[in-house]
Design a protein around this ligand. Structure first.
Ligand code: ATP
Length: 294
């Protein structure tokens, strides 16, 4: 388990991280979400040891990170940094060799990653000849080729088309399933919502929400229900404790003041017609995000 505890950091007199704490659990994909300038890249650089925080700690399974621990991490930086003239496979093999892998092992890993990322056709092209989306895939392969013990990825999905997103999602999920903690930042809330197990929402250098996706959705659930039945739901507008948000004949979306009101509504709907849907509505990540950063 990677644990970030009480990290505070200033650039000059300007504090950009304030008491940032969260964990990245093994085998889980943790999405790190925040607007521009929220502090994601700074936090990741501190985890990697590229920046030193003013206070706080980063530990792995309870011990402070050593240089050797960090060398075994996989990192995809915000500013992409592959050698433009080097061919894709050559580059990946070179990086794995730097980590002490044999030529054969390095080549095997590189080829497998290129296949999983649908990049095999470009294996012998120089990086600079690839489209931006394909350079991005190569960069993801570069972060993974040395079988890292932890993955830290800064905006791995930016600039990828939906098919590329799917192949990267599959590669990261497979990697996490090996028991590796994976932390990735993203602005794309729909992808984060689909992909991540855990979420950390940061704004103004402070963690505003943190937990499993289900936990956050449940915590921010506003007792909202959807009803679909064969009668007419007009009576809902006059029902005590109910606020109707959307209504169309036998369809209604509404908030209730408590669970007892929801059950009263359900009983009345059953009395008046055949109920096909009566379900709590959990907010989307985009809605939670807006709520917690407000
Ligand atoms: N080298 C630096 N010197 C001074 N201020 C910096 C430096 N790097 C970042 N900052 C400031 O620190 C704050 C956090 O920046 P950071 O890059 O960590 O945010 P971010 O969440 O990664 O943003 P983005 O999504 O835009 O990349 C911002 O206000 C930024 O302007």
């Amino acid at each position: 388990m990677l644990e970030i505890s009480g990290i505070t950091m200033s650039y000059g007199t300007r504090r950009v991280l304030n008491d940032v704490s969260f964990t990245v659990a093994p085998g889980r994909l943790t999405g790190f979400v925040g607007g521009n300038g929220a502090g994601k890249t700074t936090t990741m650089r501190i985890i990697l040891g590229l920046l030193t925080s003013d206070s706080g700690s980063v530990t792995f399974d309870g011990s402070p990170l050593t240089a050797a621990d960090r060398r075994a991490f996989g990192y995809m930086p915000e500013e992409r940094g592959l050698y433009p003239k080097m061919k894709v496979t050559e580059q990946l093999v070179y990086l794995a060799r730097l980590h002490g892998f044999s030529q054969a092992h390095a080549k095997r890993n590189a080829e497998q990653l290129l296949e999983n990322l649908d990049l095999t056709e470009r294996a012998n092209d120089p990086i600079e000849n690839l489209s931006l989306g394909n350079q991005q895939r190569a960069q993801i392969a570069a972060a993974l080729v040395h079988e890292p013990t932890t993955l830290i990825l800064d905006e791995p999905f930016s600039g990828l088309d939906p098919l590329a997103v799917d192949s990267v999602v599959a590669v990261l999920s497979e990697y996490a399933a090996r028991g590796v903690p994976v932390l990735f930042s993203s602005h794309q809330l729909d992808i984060v919502e689909r992909l991540c197990d855990d979420l950390v929402i940061i704004a103004g250098g402070e963690v505003r929400a943190n937990g499993s996706r289900e936990q956050l959705r449940a915590e921010h659930s506003a007792n909202r229900f959807e009803l679909l039945f064969s009668g007419d739901a007009g009576w809902l507008r006059e029902t005590a404790g109910v606020t109707v948000l959307d209504f169309d004949g036998g369809y209604a979306l509404f908030d209730v003041d408590d669970e007892a009101t929801a059950q009263r509504v359900l009983r009345r709907a059953i009395d008046e017609g055949a109920v096909t849907t009566f379900a709590p509505q959990h907010p989307s990540l985009a809605e939670i995000f807006k709520e917690v950063i407000a």
